[in-house]
Design a protein around this ligand. Structure first.
Ligand code: AMP
Length: 566
């Protein structure tokens, strides 16, 4: 297939905001498709979702490649970028102009784009930058303006076609089922995706027939997306939403860890963003060897830090280095020890458990794990229908310096990657949200040249919509693990456009904020405004998928409004 066909479709998707229309466009595209791999390109990638490979291409390198392919000097491209804001559109202009002057050039195939993109993450060592540059400019040289726009946007991870995984699922369903079967087929496709994170594989199987799709199994070692939580207002609300009796568990203040062991005995550990952190946690591999006797499994857990001398638990910030640091691991293991609190099991000895009810999973998990304090144990749990008992348990959790409680539905299956309300979180600081910074404003006087007010955005189907502005609020270095200046330095790397004192920032840095309340507001694109938001935490452990969605915020708002009026 020609890459021009794909980029025409990208354009169509970009121009049509209706999800139904997008599904139709994608479905027509799938009908023409021979191999499934092009589906990765629809997701802005060259590999399946579970792959950890990244292109590792900066905007600067794209500008160099554009300059090389077009003969236009870099500074002029940068000027355009500052004016236009979107590097993709800059590429369209620059390469489009060149094309008008070139009579002959090869046309670009999807295969060639995929091949070159796939080589990028493999490059290492001396001369890497030069080789990356050649791979990109080779594509740009054969590209039309429109093709260049989407190549550049793919490289910088900002495709902007508004296609989330749910739309790809619906398009596959639409292509391969009639209207009576749609609901059932949709469930089967979703389950296959939950297990594999690989739409190309699903497409290939689906072409052979739905029975092939049903055979797909979980595969320990391939990370799967984790089930996510919604907020509960209080215990009563929790019971109402997950049913009685419910399972209450301590909400530990650490970071999520998905621990896999495959049947060859290989252990792999992933964070909630699906980053592979196995090398950083040799201690956890040891815990597993000693305390879980099974051939293969996938368990879901929260790792919390403790002080090696006093053995007291420590807040997340104190151990966040353990995720990032790649050197001197053994020393760090001793200085910042962690305890793994296991709270779910997804797979055991060749069998997927995600379809089983939580009640059964938690029992299997508790029978399997030999608990050992300060190494590995099962989450502290209470199953009850009694609100008084739950209340006491909640107080105990807070007294033990944990964040609050998780409230879980005993009868529900594990739903990867989704906030479906099968598990809720209850914390005292209820007015808290995870948002992404998408803009900033330079201060005046002493703060001149320093970004000191930040635009915060929520998520809406792959887009980010403004919902408020927070000024400094950020606590001091000791508490946050990052000074205000360091936050500034980080944000500056992602500035897309500046005008006057304002800056547009690529959505990369996720923060937890607390706020007083939410109001409807015409000022921001989200339609809501936060009153008095304050940044309290940087969330390196979270990805864009964890940013609060407009739907959650609006549901929360409606629930609170109802409470005020009735
Ligand atoms: P939040 O990060 O505020 O959305 O809260 C959900 C997170 O709490 C999960 O992603 C886990 O990392 C963490 N967590 C801590 N303890 C538990 C538990 N017992 N069960 C499930 N999640 C937990």
């Amino acid at each position: 297939m020609r890459y021009s066909e794909l980029s025409d479709m990208y354009q169509e998707l970009e121009d049509n905001s209706s999800r139904l229309r997008k599904t139709e466009i994608l479905s027509n595209f799938l009908k023409k498709l021979n191999g499934g791999e092009s589906i990765y390109l629809l997701q802005g990638k060259a590999f399946p979702d579970y792959s950890e490979k990244e292109f590792g291409i900066s905007e600067r390198l794209c500008i160099k490649a554009l300059s090389k392919a077009s003969g236009i000097v870099g500074d002029r491209i940068i000027d355009d970028w500052k004016k236009i804001g979107d590097l993709g559109e800059v590429a369209e202009k620059v390469i489009g102009k060149k094309k008008q002057n070139t009579l002959f050039s090869k046309s670009l195939s999807v295969r060639k784009v995929l091949d070159n993109l796939r080589k990028l993450p493999e490059l290492e060592g001396k001369g890497t930058i030069g080789r990356k540059l050649s791979l990109i400019s080779e594509l740009l040289t054969s590209a039309s303006g429109k093709e260049a726009k989407y190549i550049i946007r793919t490289l910088i991870g900002d495709l902007r076609i508004g296609v989330a995984s749910g739309t790809i699922r619906d398009a596959i369903v639409q292509t391969y089922s009639n209207s009576d079967e749609k609901k059932e087929v949709s469930g089967i496709v979703q389950e296959a995706y939950d297990k594999t994170n690989d739409f190309a594989l699903i497409f290939e199987k689906m072409r052979k027939g739905i029975d092939e799709l049903k055979k797909i199994q979980l595969n320990p070692g391939h990370p799967i997306k984790l089930m996510l939580a919604l907020k509960a207002d209080n215990l009563e609300d929790g019971f109402k939403r997950v049913g009685r009796p419910a399972a209450f568990e301590y909400k530990y203040d650490g970071f999520r860890m998905l621990i896999n062991k495959d049947k060859k005995g290989k252990v792999k550990i992933f964070t909630r963003r699906l980053d592979n952190v196995t090398n950083q946690f040799p201690d956890v591999a040891g815990y597993i060897r000693d305390h879980i006797k099974a051939d293969s499994f996938i368990i879901d857990s929260e790792a919390i830090g403790y002080d090696p001398k006093s053995l007291k638990y420590r807040p997340f910030e104190a151990i966040s280095q353990r995720i990032k640091r790649k050197h001197n691991i053994e020393k760090l293991v001793k200085e910042l020890p962690i305890e793994v609190n296991v709270f779910d099991i997804l797979y055991l000895n060749g069998k997927s458990l995600i379809g089983e009810p939580f009640e059964k999973r938690t029992k299997i998990m508790r029978d399997l794990i030999k608990p050992y304090k300060h190494k590995i144990r099962c989450s502290h749990q209470l199953i009850t229908s009694d609100e008084k008992k739950a209340e006491k348990f909640y107080k105990d959790a807070l007294k033990d310096n944990q964040e609050g409680l998780m409230i879980k539905n005993l009868h529900s299956r594990y739903v990867p990657g989704a906030r479906v309300g099968h598990m809720l979180k209850l914390k005292p600081a209820e007015n808290e949200l995870d948002l992404v910074i998408t803009g900033g404003e330079y201060g005046k006087g002493k703060r001149a040249g320093i970004l000191s007010s930040f635009t915060l955005s929520c998520r809406d189907e792959g887009k980010f919509l403004e919902i408020g502005k927070a000024s400094t609020g950020l606590k001091e270095k000791e508490e946050l693990g990052l000074s205000f200046k360091e936050l500034n330095d980080r944000l500056r790397r992602f500035i897309v456009k500046e005008s006057g004192r304002g800056a547009v920032i690529k959505p990369k840095i996720i923060v937890t904020i607390i706020y007083q309340n939410i109001q409807r507001s015409p000022t921001y694109k989200s339609g809501f405004a936060l009153r008095f938001p304050r940044i309290v935490r940087l969330r390196d452990d979270k990805g864009l998928n964890d940013v609060a969605s407009l739907k959650e915020i609006s549901d929360d708002y409606v629930r609170h409004e109802l409470k005020v009026h009735y």
